[in-house]
Design a protein around this ligand. Structure first.
Ligand code: LFR
Length: 487
């Protein structure tokens, strides 16, 4: 009947979803069947993911999907860099660590000293972030690595549990900082130079690879029959970028959620000294593209503040928007904002006090300070991307859950002086579903982005002209004073 149905599992740092996608006549309908919370579990000084709890929620979501007619495939995407280690029988060895864990403090510095930034960046093109898999492995007890038979990234681990196949999908593998973007293979030599083993690295597969049927056990538990496990772009950001509804090349994207991933799509990795100095990353995208981007701290700071206040976001956003411009600013990418903690509002206040600014007091004042700062940072990164690529980036597509934040969209337009096109909010699910649909032969003559444009709506924010005051310059000086590692 020309209809194809697929299930996408999207695991985010603060919540997960299981969704049913129905592709009919070149349009995709997305129905979210199950939502569940996610977050770090602090235990005995360590921070983990509740991977078994996530698995249970995924299975529950699949069971809900089983009553919706014939389903062709299922695929999982998640955040990047985190992994599970399996023994030779395929059993999980220990826990899945959380990338915001304090155990990683100082490890990156040691490895960078040992290998040199030039060598690591030339080999991988990946931005230096203390939680990259490279540094997580360097922080592992050697005996645990020796015992490990297979390393699987989080989505790969769930695919393994769904169908029994062990493979790492490329878009997420590229975030490890031991993947070679030029050859498309693991960079075993880099790991070896860091004194790390490589025997546990499995085969790499592309987005859109059929890994096999659901296992009999999963079929029994879910009631699904005849469903294939097909890899999407398993890195959530890669799925979201695949679903940016853009045309031509004068555009950038912000994949907006816990993080704001600010970037462009390019044909080849950019490994120049300038890209390294700006700490831009070259992550693998769909169909051999490169996601040249940078992590900006994103809505994380606001999410942690909300957790501390137990407050509703919509109300806070409106309160923040009602305040006058020109207030205090933080450097959202300062490492002190990375770890979780109910003291996040105090961290924001302390930053303002230490930099001689007025100290925001109420929740709306604090949120305003964070959103202003985020928009400034996004604008700064967009300018850097223009410099590095030589492109003129007039339009910014904001996709993902954060695209619902109208006030941040408005600030981004105003402070960057660019047109912001917001939506789709469900870009990650849409990208995940359409890569599966294409792999299953369901996307006849249209491209993924054409289907996205036909299936979703967006809202446009035009930059306000006029005087922006001195805030841009104040922001720049602030980040220099705080001494971020990049120039
Ligand atoms: C966004 C994201 C980013 C990655 C960060 C940590 O959800 O996947 O792309 O840098 O999470 O894994």
């Amino acid at each position: 009947d020309g209809v194809s149905r697929h299930i996408a599992v999207d695991l985010g740092a603060s919540g997960g979803r299981v969704a049913l996608g129905t592709l009919r006549a070149g349009r995709l309908e997305v129905e979210i069947l199950h939502r569940f919370p996610n977050g770090g579990v602090p235990v005995h000084g360590e921070l983990y993911w509740d991977i078994l709890g996530l698995w249970r929620e995924v299975v529950h979501g699949l069971r809900l999907a089983s009553t919706h007619g014939d389903i062709a495939s299922v695929g999982v995407n998640s955040w990047a860099v985190d992994y599970g280690l399996l023994d030779a029988r395929g059993e999980l060895l220990g826990q899945v660590n959380h990338y915001r864990s304090a155990r990683l403090g100082g490890v990156m510095e040691r490895v960078r000293e040992q290998l040199s930034d030039e060598a690591i960046y030339a080999a991988t093109g990946i931005q230096f972030l203390g939680f990259n898999t490279l540094y997580q492995l360097a922080a592992e007890p050697p005996e645990r690595l020796a015992q490990a038979h297979t390393l699987l990234m989080v989505p790969d681990l769930l695919h393994f549990w769904l169908c029994g196949a062990q493979a790492c999908e490329r878009t997420n593998a590229s975030t490890t900082q031991f993947y070679d973007p030029l050859t498309g293979a693991w960079h075993r030599e880099l790991l070896a130079r860091a004194g790390l083993p490589t025997h546990f690295l499995p085969r790499l597969v592309d987005p859109g690879t059929d890994l096999g049927p659901l296992s009999p056990e999963v079929e029994r538990e879910t009631g699904l029959r005849g469903v294939r496990v097909v890899t999407p772009a398993t890195h959530d950001t890669a799925s979201a970028v695949a679903a940016v509804p853009a045309r031509g090349d004068g555009w950038a994207y912000v994949s907006s959620g816990t993080w704001s991933l600010v970037g462009v799509e390019v044909a080849q990795p950019v490994l120049s000294a300038q890209a390294r100095a700006l700490n831009l990353t070259n992550e693998a995208g769909l169909d051999g593209t490169t996601r040249l981007l940078k992590n900006v701290m994103g809505l994380w700071i606001v999410q942690e503040c909300r957790r501390a206040w137990d407050a509703d976001f919509a109300g806070l956003d409106a309160g923040a928007a009602a305040l006058p411009a020109g207030g205090p600013l933080i450097d959202p990418d300062d490492p002190q904002f990375l770890p979780p903690g109910l003291d996040m509002p105090q961290r924001v206040q302390a930053f303002c006090a230490q930099t001689g600014q007025s100290v925001p007091q109420t929740p709306p004042e604090i949120v305003r300070c964070v959103l202003d700062s985020l928009a400034h940072r996004i604008a700064e990164v967009l300018d850097a991307l223009e410099t590095v690529t030589g492109r003129s980036l007039r339009t910014v597509h904001v996709v993902g859950g954060g695209a619902q934040g109208e006030f941040l969209n408005r600030l981004t337009a105003d402070l960057s002086g660019r047109m912001v096109v917001a939506g789709p909010v469900e870009a990650t699910l849409i990208g995940n579903l359409l890569v599966q649909a294409r792999a299953c032969g369901g996307l006849k003559d249209s491209s993924i982005r054409e289907v996205v444009r036909a299936s979703s709506e967006s809202q446009t924010f035009t930059p306000a002209g006029g005087d922006k005051g001195d805030s841009r310059e104040r922001f720049r000086r602030l980040t220099v004073v705080q001494g971020r590692t990049e120039s």
